[in-house]
Write a protein that binds this ligand. Structure first.
Ligand code: BMA
Length: 841
């Protein structure tokens, strides 16, 4: 087999125009126009609006290629387009060879008859997806959730749905050759498909069933040689004959090393290499990394209804994580390093699951490879979200069938793959008894989500569970998507429903696959899209970078419920982050305590596609918001948390463990006044049983409340093991805005440079300081911990890793420490140090 790579330099022009610009493949027209200086950065202020014409135009991409005579002697010459976004007409030397309409499919086009030796011209024209959907919608309405955040009618086209805008996403409908493109010349047999199924029923060994299919007719015998290795060492091999294009065999893995989710064990990955040979000559090869494990969604009748839990290697585990959206509004900008940073960040926050949400993409291979490596299970939606779809149209269904087959085949071998899910939120009010202007019928819905997709998952995958939609309730009327007894739930009563955070504690749902709370990105990120005069959360530009209609208003509404009115813009931004972290912590701790009834919680959303106010815990520039630092604590494998009751003065202390073995802790509690003076302390040895939640003690503090009042009490919980503090939490009876905190906690810092270029900062304070965080005034850094609480007398050490190397002097100069009281005081922020903080000495 021979290949000619066609990535790299192309030319593009607006159809109808004579002037060309340079284009980069893989890529998209927006980034090409940006590179050529023909549009302004659509992420800056409201420049997105100036680029609207780009989406309303048709674009042609073209290049020349030289084909040697020998290449044309192959039996087949295929133009392989790994991703065309979306309404493409492919021409070779002026002759149309294909018209395609699905961004998620791979097209292999037989172009041999149209090629000639030497110079050839390849061109791909993309018709405006936006215009297309608008015309289709005029012919027949597709009911869906549309708002000012979106343009077009995305249900009509098999294109990244959020490319039309979302309630966190920019409206920049783009087009282009978004994945690799190449010319392949092949003669004889080629590997068409390899399927590996795992059999774990034999106890001490795992059996791998191998099924290889090949296309193309080969003269003479063909052999299929397969090798299985672990860390370079051969574990098994098999040599099979190819008979009528097929070969089947088994590989036995004695003493298998099993793959486990993050924090539950290791992630060993075995390499499977398949080589097709004839007369000792290599015809084609295929390789994949696999993890040996069983992983399924278990649903069985139990005391509360029907369970909804993931089971790895026979052990149920609590799923912790977030929803994943595309990592950039322009996909070609997400290289392997950006993927790595996001997946590693998920793992550092003790997540073990990400849900690849149905309005985005079947992600790049590298994303799933990283999830395999970091132990992040993937709940994979098919790409359908928040609208109805024309399932009455046979051509649409045939298109989707191919899309689903290809993507299931592409992803089925990944160790991380935990679930295939039909769609996002279609069952939630969009689907009804019949097609009308308002809805889609259950019959039309079923055709795709109850019949076609599960059949493809069964046939092409055979091992991974399928779930029709998120949320979905399998009991009773399926439109009852909030059933607390069975199925998964999207719980938006806090935020969209404006319920107080306390509402979370009333939920007993089995699995919360979405819930969320917004915040603003930090000032450094805001500065990239605003001018100084925009920096007020009600300014036009700040509202433009907020796509949830109720967004900024809702952040402020809840903020006033919990926190004092921040003094300025930056203080508002940081307060919003602490507020967001609190909301999600409040919810997650409750749901973790509800195990084994509730067995999973995935917050909305991990990441952002551009710099914007949103529900994300990591912003577009990969700056961790307060929530992400807090997630690292509330997702710890062993959680120490509490349920307080100001009326009775009781604090019910819980330990919740996800681990597969028990632990022994010393629980300590220190009750202080709001300034941090100790009023009472105690300790107790507690056993933390494996995979469970348990109340380990109930503190009775009514007398202290009577004497000091709820605004003047803090309960500091600590768990100690082997001489170290392994878990902490802080309980308060009053809203933070009402606490009688010392307005000058006098935080003292000392800085030490580590050999690897990171810094260790030791912090201590004279009085209690809440949500203390460090920042470098003009540089980015990741902290080992942030938004922590300081109790007088207790030193906390944080290691700070600057993104770029920085020397000690500059580090000390730039280091800023702040805490809650700095957000509502009247003195303005200084660039280094604050009124309550002394810089490193
Ligand atoms: C859910 C998601 C998204 C949306 C988010 C916030 O409904 O599935 O469609 O962005 O909530 O509103």
């Amino acid at each position: 087999m021979q290949k000619i790579h066609l990535n790299g330099r192309w030319r593009a022009r607006r159809v109808g125009s004579r002037s060309y610009l340079d284009a980069t493949v893989p890529g998209c027209i927006h980034t090409d126009l940006l590179d050529a200086g023909l549009i302004g950065d659509p992420f800056y202020r409201d420049q997105e609006l100036d680029a609207y014409w780009v989406a309303m135009s048709d674009w042609e991409f073209t290049r020349e290629l030289t084909v040697p005579a020998a290449f044309l002697r192959h039996e087949r010459v295929l133009l392989v387009c790994h991703g065309l976004d979306t309404l493409a007409t492919v021409r070779v030397n002026g002759k149309t060879v294909a018209q395609t309409d699905n961004m998620f499919r791979i097209y292999e086009l037989d172009v041999r008859p149209h090629l000639r030796e030497g110079k050839n011209v390849l061109s791909i024209t993309f018709a405006s997806a936006l215009k297309y959907t608008e015309v289709k919608d005029r012919e027949r309405r597709l009911p869906g959730w549309y708002s000012d955040a979106k343009v077009g009618v995305h249900g009509y086209i098999r294109k990244e749905q959020c490319n039309f805008g979302w309630d966190w996403g920019i409206r920049a409908v783009t087009c282009g050759i978004w994945r690799d493109i190449e010319l392949i010349g092949c003669s004889g047999s080629r590997i068409e498909d390899v399927k590996i199924s795992q059999d774990h029923s034999r106890g001490s060994s795992v059996l791998l069933h191998l099924a290889v299919a090949s296309d193309g007719a080969q003269n003479g015998p063909v052999r299929v040689q397969t090798r299985l290795t672990l860390e370079g060492r051969e574990v098994a091999r098999i040599d099979l004959p190819l008979v009528s294009g097929h070969a089947q065999g088994e590989l036995r893995v004695p003493r298998p090393r099993l793959w486990w989710p993050n924090d539950l064990g290791d992630q060993p990955l075995y390499l499977v290499e398949v080589v097709l040979t004839a007369d000792g000559e290599r015809l084609d090869s295929w390789s994949k990394r696999i993890g040996l494990r069983t992983l399924e969604l278990e649903r069985k009748a139990d005391a509360w209804g029907e369970s909804f839990q993931f089971v790895i290697n026979g052990r149920p585990f609590f799923a912790k994580g977030a929803n994943w959206i595309p990592a950039d509004a322009f996909n070609n900008r997400t290289g392997p390093e950006r993927y790595r940073d996001l997946v590693a960040s998920a793992s550092e926050a003790h997540m073990n699951m990400l849900r690849v949400w149905g309005g985005g993409l079947y992600e790049e291979e590298v994303f799933y490879d990283l999830c395999d490596e970091y132990g992040i299970c993937v709940w994979q939606d098919f790409m359908f979200a928040c609208t109805t779809y024309p399932t009455y149209d046979a051509a649409f269904m045939a298109n989707v069938e191919e899309e689903a087959k290809e993507n299931v085949r592409r992803l089925r071998h990944h160790a991380c793959l935990a679930l295939w899910c039909g769609n996002n939120e279609l069952e939630q009010g969009l689907v009804g008894p019949r097609w009308t202007d308002e809805t889609m019928s259950w019959k039309d819905y079923s055709r795709l989500f109850d019949d076609l997709l599960p059949a493809i998952v069964r046939e092409q995958d055979g091992a991974t569970s399928y779930w029709p939609g998120s949320p979905h309730s399998p009991c009773g009327d399926r439109s009852d998507h909030r059933n607390p007894e069975c199925g998964d739930a999207h719980l938006w009563d806090v935020w969209h429903g404006m319920k107080p955070f306390e509402w979370y504690r009333t939920c007993g749902h089995r699995f919360n696959s979405e819930f969320g709370f917004q915040s603003f990105p930090e000032p450094k990120t805001v500065e990239t899209y605003t001018e100084a005069s925009d920096r007020n959360v009600t300014s036009y530009v700040m509202e433009h970078h907020q796509r949830s209609g109720i967004g900024n208003r809702t952040i402020i509404h809840y903020m006033l419920d919990w926190f004092r009115l921040p003094t300025g813009f930056e203080e508002t931004v940081w307060t919003s982050q602490i507020l967001q972290g609190m909301a999600i912590k409040y919810a997650v701790e409750h749901w973790r305590r509800s195990m084994p009834r509730g067995m999973g919680t995935l917050y909305w959303q991990l990441n952002d596609t551009w710099p914007v106010a949103s529900w994300s815990s990591i912003d577009y520039f990969h700056r961790w918001k307060a929530l992400h630092y807090m997630a690292r604590r509330f997702f710890e494998p062993c959680l120490l948390s509490a349920v307080e009751d100001a009326e009775t003065g009781e604090v019910e202390v819980h330990v919740t463990s996800d681990l597969l073995e028990a632990r022994s802790w010393e629980l300590r509690w220190i009750v202080t006044d709001a300034a941090g003076k100790t009023l009472m302390a105690g300790k107790k040895a507690v056993r933390v049983p494996k995979s469970s939640d348990r109340v380990v003690t109930t503190l009775k503090l009514l007398k202290l409340i009577d004497v000091h009042g709820i605004r003047n009490l803090l309960v500091w919980l600590e768990a100690w093991e082997g001489g170290g503090c392994v878990a902490e939490n802080l309980v308060m009876f009053a809203r933070p805005k009402h606490l009688d905190l010392d307005q000058n906690p006098a935080i003292d810092l000392s800085v030490k440079r580590n050999r690897n270029g990171s810094y260790e900062v030791a912090l201590k304070s004279k009085s209690a300081a809440l949500w203390v965080w460090l920042e470098l005034a003009a540089a980015d850094a990741r902290m080992s911990d942030s938004f922590i609480h300081l109790r007088p007398g207790r030193i906390k050490r944080i290691s700070v890793t600057p993104r770029e190397p920085i020397d000690l002097r500059a580090f000390e100069k730039q280091l800023v420490v702040r805490s809650l009281v700095d957000l509502s005081r009247s003195a303005p922020r200084k660039t280094s140090g604050t009124t309550s903080a002394r810089r490193a000495r």
